[in-house]
Design a protein around this ligand. Structure first.
Ligand code: FE2
Length: 283
C-alpha cells in the first residue's frame, strides 16, 4: 500500500532573533562561509516567527494525515535555552496523537563537537539518537550525524553508530523490507561523494564509511536538513536530499515542508512553502 510522510527540518527556534542582531561585519563573515544571513529591519527578540512557522507545519500535518512526521534536527537555535526547547515541544505536542513524530539530532541540539554531556542532554530531551522503525513494508533509520561530523570527543559513539547502522540494515534486509530510508541532520555531501570537507557536510573520512554501508544494503535515499535550502544530489541509485527549513531560510526556498510518497518500488517527493501546501496528498 502506498503511503506518504512529512519531513521537516530546522525549525530552529530563536534563529530569527539571533540573526536580526548581527552586524554588517558578522553578516559578511557568514556570507563568506556560504551562510546567507540578511540584515533585519529591526532587532527581533523571542521566537514568534518560528512559533508561527512550526505551528503551520504541525497544522498542515494534522490536515494531510501523513503516516508520520520526522523533524531532521536543529529544533532550537540555543540548546541551553529551556524556553525555546519548551516551545518546540509544546508545538510538537499539538500533532494529532495518531501521527507519530520522530526527532533527529542536529548540531544545534547535540553540538558541533558532541561531548558525553551534550549527548546526554539531547537524549534526555528527545530520546535515543540512533534508532529505526518500520512502516508499510519500508524501513526507516535515524542517525545522529553530529557524531559523524565530529567524533573527536566521543570516539566510542562513532563506533557505536557504525555498529548500529550495520546491524540494523542487515536485519532489515534479512526481514525482507521493500525500501530503506535514512534520516540525518547533516547531508553526506552536496554535489558528489568525493567533495571537500566543510561546515555543511559529513567529512570524507566518515562519509565514506557511512556511504559504503548504505550502498551495500541498497538504501534508496538520505533525507537531511542543516542547509536551510533545498539541495539534491546522488551517488548511483542513492539519493541525497537536503530539505529547506521550517524556520529561517538561508537561500531562495521559503520556509516549508517536504511530502515524501512511498510506492514500494519508487519514491516521489516535493517541497512546499507553507503558502503552497496542498489541501490533500494524492498517491
Ligand atoms: Fe544545522
Amino acid at each position: 500500500m502506498p503511503f506518504f510522510f512529512i519531513q521537516l527540518a530546522d525549525p530552529q527556534l530563536g534563529m530569527f532573533s539571533f540573526f536580526s542582531g548581527l552586524t554588517e561585519e558578522e553578516i559578511e563573515e557568514r556570507r563568506q562561509r556560504g551562510i546567507n544571513a540578511r540584515k533585519a529591519p529591526k532587532v527581533i527578540t523571542g521566537f514568534d516567527d518560528e512559533t508561527r512557522l512550526f505551528s503551520q507545519a504541525i497544522e498542515a500535518a494534522n490536515r494531510l494525515r501523513p503516516a508520520f512526521v520526522v523533524v531532521c534536527g536543529d529544533m532550537t537555535h540555543e540548546p541551553e535555552d529551556e524556553d525555546q526547547v519548551g516551545e518546540v515541544k509544546r508545538i510538537a505536542g499539538l500533532l494529532d496523537r495518531g501521527i507519530p513524530l520522530y526527532w533527529v539530532a542536529g548540531n544545534h541540539d547535540a553540538g558541533n563537537t558532541p561531548t558525553p554531556e551534550t549527548l546526554a542532554r539531547y537524549r534526555e530531551r528527545y530520546g535515543v539518537d540512533n534508532y529505526s522503525f518500520d512502516h508499510g513494508g519500508s524501513h526507516f533509520v535515524v542517525l545522529n550525524s553530529c557524531v559523524a561530523f565530529d567524533a573527536a570527543d566521543v570516539p566510542d559513539e562513532w563506533d557505536a553508530l557504525v555498529k548500529f547502522l550495520q546491524e540494523d540494515l542487515q536485519s532489515a534486509r534479512d526481514s525482507g523490507c521493500e525500501d530503506i530510508i535514512v534520516f540525518m541532520h547533516h547531508p553526506l555531501f552536496l554535489d558528489h561523494r568525493d567533495e571537500e570537507d566543510g561546515y555543511f557536510v559529513i567529512p570524507k573520512e566518515r562519509r565514506s564509511v557511512i556511504l559504503e554501508i548504505l550502498k551495500a544494503q541498497g538504501v534508496s535515499a538520505v533525507f537531511a536538513g542543516h542547509l536551510h535550502r533545498n539541495v539534491y544530489a546522488s551517488d548511483g541509485e542513492l539519493q541525497i536530499i537536503a530539505t529547506a527549513a521550517v524556520g529561517y531560510p538561508l537561500g531562495d526556498d521559503p520556509s516549508g515542508l517536504r511530502v515524501v510518497r512511498m510506492y514500494g518500488d519508487a519514491i516521489q517527493h516535493d517541497y512546499y512553502g507553507f503558502d503552497e501546501v496542498p489541501e490533500s496528498v494524492e498517491l
